[in-house]
Design a binder for this molecule. Structure first.
Ligand code: GDD
Ligand code: MG
Length: 365
């Protein structure tokens, strides 16, 4: 698989993960305490990819600063957009790097263990212009769904089908092999959607194939899926992962799978896990309960607070007896005062100070 290149679409705005995505690109969100992009680059490197084109736009510099020109033995080229070019425009823009043979295209917000080599082999056997990895899901309406014939050819591609109108439960996993000729289908200089313009056309011409994979797969688009991706990867790693210089009181309990970052401190009688990632420099008081949650770096969790199915932003402070539950998102530098309960998909914007409980879905600006 010499010289196979991969293009990663890494420029989306991640609006459904605001406010956390206001201060960092989704590519840098920690999953099991490692940025999303690192999981992807590692799996590319393992499959023998040598060069990655990062198609960046929103917060491009944060990504470039973090990754630099090379990581995991991969050379990284940055292709920047002046304005968002959607999902096909960025591929066209990076054309000069993609002309020498079939290449991989990845939606950067997907965590998966799809075997790219098998995908490439399948693509070669079928001989189409493009091959899409397919995953079977119960509800295809948030994705692109396909109709397949017996040979694996895609007859129809429907992006975000209305509920009940999807041609099948096989959806586009956001992992493709393209022949360079696909580049000729993409108009230059304007936003173009692969899913709405290119795939329907290729399907119509009988040049699009689907590779059915049964693999770990999550699109980290909404908080619920972000938490699920985190749990799946923690499960895969197993046990309790401990960073350096962690201080855990001997009466605290850590339930696997859980990951504890560097320099975290955990007070007496606290119970952490399962399915929980605590990033570096987090301080957790006494008698706290944290499960199925993600805590970003530097947060302070006061005594007797509990967090369940929630995401707590960087340097947020929960005072004492605070409760955060069910899909709530607490922004960076937020303070939740003593005794506050936040539940039911509440989103709190950065640096807010919250003194009263919020018990219904709401966005606090
Ligand atoms: N560079 C760049 N520029 N990247 C972009 C842009 C852009 O203007 N717009 C979106 N992206 C990136 C996103 O960052 C993401 O990694 C990827 O393109 C897909 O965009 P999403 O906005 O996450 O799309 P989606 O999740 O609703 O749907 C897509 O993914 C599903 C699977 O996860 C589609 O490809 C569906 O067909 C698919 O099923
Ligand atoms: Mg997505």
């Amino acid at each position: 698989m010499n010289s196979l290149k991969a293009l990663i679409l890494a420029g989306g705005f991640a609006t459904r993960l605001r406010p956390l995505s206001c201060t960092r690109p989704k590519m840098l969100f920690p999953v099991a305490n490692k940025p999303l992009i690192d999981w992807t680059l590692e799996s590319l490197s393992r499959c023998g990819v040598e060069t990655v084109v990062m198609a960046v736009n929103y917060m491009a510099e944060a990504i470039a600063r973090y990754l630099g020109p090379t990581k995991y033995n991969l050379g990284i080229i940055y292709s920047r957009e002046e304005r968002p070019l959607d999902t096909a425009g960025p591929i066209k823009r990076a054309e000069e790097h993609l002309r020498d043979g079939p290449f991989l295209v990845l939606n950067g917000d997907v965590i998966s263990d799809v075997d790219y080599r098998e995908l490439l082999n399948y693509h070669r056997r079928k001989g189409g212009l493009a091959t899409i990895t397919l995953i079977e899901v119960p509800d295809p309406s948030r994705y692109g769904a396909v109709e397949l014939d017996g040979e694996g050819r895609i007859l129809r591609f429907v992006e975000k089908p209305e509920p009940g109108r999807a041609p099948s439960n096989y959806i586009n996993a956001g992992i493709y092999i393209f022949e360079p000729d696909v580049l000729d289908y993409i108009p230059a200089g304007r936003p173009v959607s692969t899913e709405r313009e290119i795939f329907p056309k290729l399907a119509e011409e009988g040049l699009l194939y689907g590779y059915r994979a049964s693999a770990l797969w999550v699109d980290i688009g909404v908080p619920e899926d972000y938490l699920r991706a985190n749990s799946l990867l923690l499960e895969r790693i197993g046990g309790v992962q401990m960073g350096e210089d962690v201080e855990v009181d001997e009466t605290a309990k850590l339930l696997p799978p859980t990951s504890i970052g560097k320099r975290v401190r955990i007070g007496g009688d606290s119970v952490i896990g399962p399915n929980t990632s605590i990033a570096e420099d987090v301080i957790i008081g006494r008698g706290c309960r944290i499960e199925n949650s993600i805590i970003f770096p530097g947060a302070i969790i006061g005594d007797h607070s509990s967090i369940k199915n929630a995401i707590i932003g960087e340097n947020a402070t929960l005072e004492r007896w605070v409760k955060v539950e069910t899909g709530s998102l607490i922004g960076d530098y937020v303070t939740l005062c003593d005794g506050v309960t936040i539940t039911g998909g509440v989103t709190i914007c950065p640096s807010k100070r919250v003194e009263e409980s919020i018990l219904e879905p709401r966005r606090v600006m």
